[in-house]
Design a protein. Structure first.
Ligand SMILES: [Zn+2]
Length: 413
């Protein structure tokens, strides 16, 4: 495995700033298809990207609408200029969002962001649309559980990390352990001893590499270990792991390979254990909420849409709990006479009439409420925990609290 420069790990503060930028980027709407999004993976030379953009620049001279044409060309030119400061992209690559956004009254204003994303960009992408293309960044910003992965037998071992749904291999090591073959007599015993010694050295080395890779990861939720046969169990039982990591071992699993394929197989086989852990975490969170609710005046709890929204606006929320079973929309509506309201509805077919003039409401903007609350939580740096609907805790969340509750940083009155 080549030793490439590792991805940059973003601090939570940087992530927060990134989220704020993303909010502005996502609010922007072009009057035509004139907002340009570019994703540059870390291994793509910048001159390669600027060449591509020059091609798009000359293509865009064919755009019929004069104002769209002008705006697209300006956006591409601006990105080319901004990219000049790099020869190669930074370790996570780059994302660029540039274009003229509609600001009403027949006016537009330029919005321009070139950012290093929180995780490496996977593939190059150019898009010109009436909205910026930001979907890949959401997966990057999601809170993820991190697990250490080890697959091992006497001949080979691979270490990796499971981050959310992604498996990142860290190191593959081949051992120098001689293969066993049948020899008789005294040389057999000598061979046996040498063999054991070599296995011991190999395990020790893998133990050290795991310490190096995992010990400083404070977010490491656990360690899962796989391999064919008994070797992996011997590795775990005979104390080759740092004692702090030993405590985090969640289990060992049979897998056929000890290379990168083995890591994938391991995650596949450990899926039930990982899901149980997820459910356990949900249980603990809802329990914590219930403990607060039982305290005098509700302790550090808030529940129900209005109360939680209020607490979020005051930045008082530590952890937002949302039921995955919640199906509601947050609508901004307007009537023909210009009266506007923001409402939460179960479905948009049951839209009420305007209470001021009785006219029908039309929808100006619609958002899934889980999305909307997620956005509010991001903006105030609160953690978001989705509680699955099919657990007892999830059902309680949905029935008793309308699917929305929060554990607070401080009490809100
Ligand atoms: Zn009205």
């Amino acid at each position: 495995m080549p030793e490439a420069q590792g991805p940059t790990k973003m601090s939570s503060r940087d992530k927060y700033r990134f989220r704020r930028a993303l909010e502005e980027i996502e609010r922007a709407q072009g009057r035509g298809t004139e907002l340009v999004s570019v994703y540059v993976p870390p291994d793509r030379p910048v001159f390669d990207v600027t060449n591509y953009l020059r091609g798009e620049y000359s293509q865009s001279s064919n755009i019929k609408s004069a104002s769209t044409r002008k705006h697209v060309m300006q956006a591409i030119e601006s990105i080319i200029n901004r990219l000049k400061q790099w020869r190669m992209p930074p370790p996570n690559g780059l994302v660029a969002f540039v274009g003229h956004k509609d600001v009403g009254a027949d006016q537009t204003s330029m919005i321009a962001y070139v950012l290093e994303p929180p995780e490496p960009v996977v593939s190059f992408l150019y898009r010109c649309d009436s909205r910026f293309f930001t979907e890949p960044l959401h997966e990057m910003l999601a809170e993820k559980d991190v697990y250490g992965l080890i697959v091992i037998d006497q001949g080979e071992s691979t270490i990796g990390l499971l981050e959310g749904k992604r498996i990142n291999p860290i190191k593959n090591v081949q051992s120098l352990v001689p293969r066993k073959h049948r020899i008789g007599g005294p040389s057999a015993r000598r061979f046996e001893r040498l063999h054991e010694q070599a296995v011991h050295e190999f395990f020790k080395k893998i133990g050290d590499l795991t310490t190096e890779a995992f010990l400083t990861r404070r977010d490491l939720k656990g360690l899962i270990i796989g391999g064919p046969g008994y070797t992996k169990d011997a590795f775990v039982k005979e104390g080759y792991l740092h004692h702090e990591l030993q405590k985090k071992v969640l289990g060992t699993f049979d897998v056929g390979y000890t290379d990168e394929t083995g890591l994938r197989e391991l995650v596949e086989n450990a899926r039930d254990v990982l899901r149980d852990l997820d459910l356990m975490r949900e249980k603990t969170l809802v329990q914590r909420l219930m403990d607060e609710i039982r305290k005098e005046e509700g302790g550090l709890s808030a529940y129900g849409e209005d109360q939680v929204r209020h607490a979020l606006e005051l930045r008082a929320v530590d952890t937002l709990l949302i039921s995955e079973g919640l199906r509601k929309l947050r609508l901004q509506v307007r009537c023909a006479n210009g009266h506007e309201e923001t409402r939460t509805v179960a479905d948009e077919a049951t839209l009420p009439k305007c209470p001021t003039c009785g006219a029908d409401f039309a929808i100006v903007e619609r958002r899934d409420i889980v999305d909307e609350f997620g956005g509010l939580a991001d903006a105030s740096n609160a953690k978001v925990e989705l509680i699955s609907a099919d657990s007892a805790e999830g059902e309680l969340m949905l029935k008793a609290f309308g699917g929305i509750a929060a554990i607070l940083r401080y009490r809100v009155t």
